[in-house]
Unconditional design. Structure first.
Ligand SMILES: C[S@@+](CC[C@H](N)C(=O)[O-])C[C@H]1O[C@@H](n2cnc3c(N)ncnc32)[C@H](O)[C@@H]1O
Length: 215
C-alpha cells in the first residue's frame, strides 16, 4: 500500500502558518495562486524558516534547486537583501515557471539579486562557481541522493543545506511503499544523518524540512 497522510492536525498547520507575519501583496498573491492551482510551494512557515536561517548566518550567496515560480526564492532574496545584498540562483527546468518567477521577483524589488537558469538543477549547480552560504533543494525526489555530493562540494564550511519534503506526507513510514521517490528520500536521509561531515536535523513543519550544517 502506498499511503499519504496529513501528518498534522490541520489546526496545528494553520496555527504555525498563522504565526508568520503577514506578507506583502505580491507574496500573498503567490500563496493564493499556489492554493488555487495546488502548486507545491514550501508555504509560509517553511518560507519563514528559510528566511530566518539565511538571516542568522548572514547569507549573501544562495543556490536553489527546483525553484518553481519563485515563492521560496522570494524568502531567500529578502534575507540576502537584508544581509546587504548578494545573489540567489533560481533554477528550474521549466521556462514558463522561470518567467513567472521573474515577474513576481521584479514586483517584489529583487531583480538585482536573483539570477535565473532554465536547466536541470543539479547540473546547473555542478557548473556554477561556489561556494554558497545556503543551498536549498526541492527537486523531484528521485534526484535527491545524487544531488548530495554536488551540494556538499559547493557549500562553504559552516554553510547550511535546507531540503524540503523529508517526511513525504508520511509515505516514508510505510514499509510497503518502495516507490522511487520514497526510497530516494529514505536513502538521502540515511546518507546525510550518517555522514559526520553534516550536523543535521529534520524540522517537522509542513512536510519536514532538513536543516544540515556542513562542518
Ligand atoms: C516543489 S516545486 C518547487 C517549489 C518552490 N521551491 C517553492 O517553494 O516555491 C519543484 C519545481 O522544480 C522543478 N524541478 C523538479 N526537479 C527538477 C530538476 N531536477 N531540475 C530542475 N527543475 C526541477 C519542478 O518542475 C517544479 O517546478
Amino acid at each position: 500500500m502506498i499511503f499519504t497522510m496529513d501528518l498534522y492536525h490541520p489546526e496545528l498547520r494553520d496555527y504555525l502558518d498563522g504565526l508568520v507575519p503577514s506578507r506583502t501583496g505580491e507574496l500573498s498573491a503567490m500563496e493564493a495562486y499556489a492554493k488555487q492551482t495546488q502548486f507545491p510551494i514550501v508555504g509560509p512557515a517553511s518560507g519563514q524558516l528559510c528566511y530566518q536561517i539565511a538571516r542568522m548566518i548572514g547569507a549573501r550567496r544562495v543556490f536553489e534547486l527546483g525553484s518553481g515560480f519563485g515563492y521560496s526564492t522570494a524568502w531567500f532574496a529578502r534575507a540576502v537583501h537584508e544581509n546587504g545584498g548578494g545573489v540567489v540562483h533560481h533554477v528550474v527546468w521549466d521556462e514558463t515557471l522561470s518567467n513567472m518567477a521573474r515577474s513576481h521577483l521584479l514586483a517584489l524589488g529583487y531583480q538585482d539579486i536573483v539570477q535565473y537558469t532554465i536547466s536541470e538543477a543539479v547540473e546547473a549547480l555542478r557548473e556554477v562557481e561556489g561556494p554558497f552560504d545556503v543551498i536549498f533543494n526541492d527537486i523531484d525526489k528521485p534526484g535527491y541522493p545524487a544531488s548530495l555530493p554536488v551540494i556538499h562540494d559547493k557549500l562553504r564550511s559552516g554553510g547550511v543545506m535546507i531540503v524540503d519534503n523529508l517526511l513525504w506526507h508520511g509515505a516514508i513510514f510505510d514499509p510497503s511503499d518502495v516507490s522511487e521517490g520514497t526510497q530516494a528520500i529514505r536513502e538521502f536521509t540515511r546518507l546525510v544523518t550518517q555522514d559526520p561531515s553534516w550536523i543535521a536535523s529534520i524540522v517537522p513543519i509542513r512536510d519536514g524540512v532538513l536543516v544540515a550544517t556542513k562542518r
